[in-house]
Structures are given as structure tokens and as C-alpha cells.
Design a protein around this ligand. Structure first.
Ligand SMILES: [Zn+2]
Length: 233
């Protein structure tokens, strides 16, 4: 039956369209990777902030040490002899050392924060790198797959007009209408068990006889045009 050949082409085109739709998943994967990258950026910022805080405190301690050293140089160099002046310098040293003690306490917390944020950030970055690599791999394969689908679609579309030629106009109209109503599949084979391949409904023996007499028979349930191959399927 000529219509069956056309039906096979249409099924092929339908399959290509379904597979092409699966390529849309790329947009979703990309959005996920981008969202995750934004999260990693936030973790990186937190790590850099903690690290900068550590550097600030360390610098402050360095400045305190330098200041203490320069005061001690003055005191032990013999240039300061006035006892009140000596006392004032010693008070200043004490105050600086106290400030440094405070810094050391803060540093303990900041070191913890640096270690923690660094660990979380580096781990997330590793995961992000893997996600990006996976997506890049997917994209490469998708390009090849898309080209294959386009070639197949082009091939099937080119064959369609010739396949449609010579089919009775009424039968063609029935087929097109049935196809529209049934998600793009307008014909169905009758199986060995004498059921409609698409919906599983039993097909009466007289219907098969009618088909053999070259009459158009549709499935009672899904209304697809039935095709009989002699029970091969
Ligand atoms: Zn059916």
C-alpha cells in the first residue's frame, strides 16, 4: 500500500522532531551551570574577604612590631633620659603589645574562617569545572547529533512528495486528519494477535478481510487507518 510508505516517512519525520526537541535540554543544562557558577563566585568572594582580613591583621601586627622596635631603639640608645618620658614610652609599648594580643586572638578566628571558606570554595570550583567539562562534551556531541538529524529530516522531506503522489485524495484527507488527531501517527499495523499496534484494540476478522479487498479500515478505538501485513508483526 502506497499510503503505508508515506506513513513510514511521516513516522521518521516525527522521530527526528522528537529527537531534535531533546536538544533543547542544552538550554536547561547551561542555565544550571551558570547558576552554579554564580554560587561559586559568591564562595570565592567570601574566601577572598576572609583572606584579606587575615592580611590586614598580619600587616597591623607587623606595624606594631616595627613601632615597638623603634621605641625600644630610642629607649636603649640612651637618647631618652627623662624618667617621665621613659615611662610614657613604656606605657605606649604596653598598649601596642595589648593591641597585638587582641590581633592574635582575632587571627585565630580569621584563620579558621580562611581555611573553611577556602575549602568550600575550592571544592565547589572543582565541581564547577567538572560540570563545565561535561556540558562542553554534551555540546560537542549535540552539534554532531543535530547535523545528523538535519540530514535525516532533509532526506525524508525530499522523499515525501513522491511518496504522496498517486494516493487517492479522499484517503489522503482521511490520513492527514487522523494524523492530526493522533499526535502525528495516522496509521497502525495489525499485529499477529490481530490488535491495533498503536492502541492495542482487537481488530475484527471482517475488518482484515475488508483490508485484503483494498478497502480503507480504521481502528474502532484510535481511528487510525489500519494496515495488514499478513500477520508478520
Ligand atoms: Zn487503534
Amino acid at each position: 500500500m502506497k499510503l503505508y510508505q508515506l506513513h513510514l516517512i511521516d513516522v521518521g519525520i516525527l522521530e527526528v522532531r522528537k529527537k531534535a526537541a531533546s536538544l533543547e535540554a542544552g538550554k536547561k543544562i547551561q542555565a544550571e551551570v551558570e547558576a552554579f557558577a554564580a554560587q561559586v563566585k559568591g564562595l570565592e568572594t567570601a574566601y577572598h574577604k576572609a583572606h584579606a582580613e587575615q592580611k590586614d591583621i598580619e600587616l597591623s601586627n607587623q606595624q606594631i612590631d616595627d613601632k615597638v622596635k623603634s621605641i625600644e631603639k630610642l629607649l636603649f640608645g640612651g637618647s631618652v633620659t627623662n624618667s617621665k618620658e621613659v615611662e610614657a614610652y613604656e606605657t605606649q609599648i604596653k598598649s601596642l603589645k595589648k593591641q597585638k594580643d587582641g590581633n592574635e586572638d582575632k587571627l585565630l578566628t580569621v584563620w579558621d574562617e580562611v581555611a573553611k571558606t577556602e575549602g568550600v570554595y575550592k571544592e565547589a570550583q572543582k565541581t564547577l569545572d567538572e560540570k563545565v567539562a561535561t556540558f562542553e562534551d554534551w555540546k560537542k556531541k549535540a552539534v554532531v547529533f543535530k547535523a545528523q538529524l538535519e540530514a535525516k529530516y532533509k532526506d525524508l522531506s525530499a522523499k515525501r512528495p513522491a511518496a504522496a503522489q498517486g494516493i487517492n485524495a479522499t484517503l489522503m484527507a482521511t490520513y492527514e486528519a487522523t494524523k492530526q488527531r493522533n499526535h502525528g501517527i495516522g496509521m497502525a499495523l495489525i499485529t499477529k494477535q490481530q490488535t491495533c499496534e498503536e492502541c492495542g484494540t482487537m481488530v475484527a476478522g471482517k475488518s482484515i478481510e475488508s483490508i485484503k479487498d483494498d478497502r480503507t479500515v480504521t481502528c474502532e478505538e484510535c481511528h487510525r487507518i489500519l494496515y495488514w501485513t499478513g500477520g508478520i508483526v
